[in-house]
Design a protein around this ligand. Structure first.
Ligand SMILES: CC(C)(COP(=O)(O)OP(=O)(O)OC[C@H]1O[C@@H](n2cnc3c(N)ncnc32)[C@H](O)[C@@H]1OP(=O)(O)O)[C@@H](O)C(=O)NCCC(=O)NCCS
Length: 251
């Protein structure tokens, strides 16, 4: 009977998340059901919020303490999860677009604009997630691909303060925006900082604590401050010894 309940739950979750879902049989079924009950409450909250704030009911999971601002500019795929305390501000040129089954970790903030500068906004592709306390400053465009996993405390800063004039306060010198791109199937470790102009190509890994500010070839492992390629995930073919060449061949 217990096994049947696990299987039933797996089927339900696979349907809802649109990807294979396997439950750890060591977790008591009662605990799993309490998670399901919590999820149902989050789903009802998501349906209510999207109905009343956006007039577009959507099957998304919204935990307690989530705040929507300018929600008309936010677009959600099915099964998006916004964990406790997330703040989502849609005010931007292109809006905030979260694909199917995207998860935004607890106490994360997505923001593009100030009253003085309308930002560009961001897109996160389906099945991608960031963990708790992450920050997305989408003044310049941020594009995150599909199946990207991001750890805790990752931050994106697609805008930088101009500072060439020493006679004018930095805050009065305006800003420069550059896009940030993280392509499909990347893994970003904890405490990584992305600066404008960063472009991480598909299949890459970003080591914990890195400051990412350049373009990197596909399937690289990058780390450090500033981040450099420490190795490639690809086997080195005979006659090629540059990481750049390997990345270009696969892109
Ligand atoms: C990048 C990472 C995946 C590399 O793992 P790995 O392939 O097993 O690499 P190794 O541990 O063998 O390290 C290879 C070299 O890179 C260095 N290195 C590894 N991770 C580094 C990092 N985050 N920053 C700087 N250097 C790093 C190592 O010191 C080692 O250098 P050495 O050859 O001079 O001794 C891993 O170190 C990492 O940062 N993982 C992220 C974990 C995390 O944040 N999890 C939570 C969120 S999901």
């Amino acid at each position: 009977m217990q096994q049947k309940l696990y299987t039933l739950l797996e089927l339900l979750l696979t349907r809802l998340k649109r990807r294979e879902y396997h439950l750890d049989r060591r977790i008591p079924i009662v605990t799993l059901f309490s998670i399901v009950v919590r999820r149902v409450i989050w789903l009802l909250r998501g349906l209510l919020k999207t109905t009343f704030l956006q007039f577009r009911p959507k099957a998304i999971f919204v935990a307690p303490g989530v705040k929507f601002r300018n929600s008309g500019r936010c677009r959600f795929g099915n099964g998006v999860t916004l964990e406790t305390g997330v703040v989502l501000d849609g005010l931007s040129e292109f809006g905030i677009n979260l694909g199917d089954s995207v998860t935004v970790g607890a106490y994360s903030l997505i923001r593009s604009s100030t009253a003085m500068h309308l930002g560009e906004g961001m897109t996160i592709g389906r099945n991608s997630s960031c963990d708790a306390f992450s920050f997305f400053g989408a003044g310049g465009r941020i594009t995150i691909g599909e199946n990207v996993i991001m750890g805790q405390h990752v931050s994106f800063h697609a805008e930088t303060h101009n500072h060439s004039d020493t006679d004018v306060p930095i805050r009065s010198q305006g800003v420069t925006r550059k896009p940030i791109v993280v392509e499909d199937d990347c893994w970003v470790g904890a405490n990584v900082t992305f600066l404008g102009g960063a472009h991480v190509s598909r299949g890459s890994i970003v080591g914990a604590g890195a400051v990412v500010n350049k373009q990197y070839p596909a399937f690289s492992v990058i780390a450090g401050v500033p981040a450099t390629v420490i190795r490639s995930r690809l086997p080195t073919p005979k006659g090629i010894d540059s990481l750049d060449e390997i990345g270009k061949q696969k892109t």
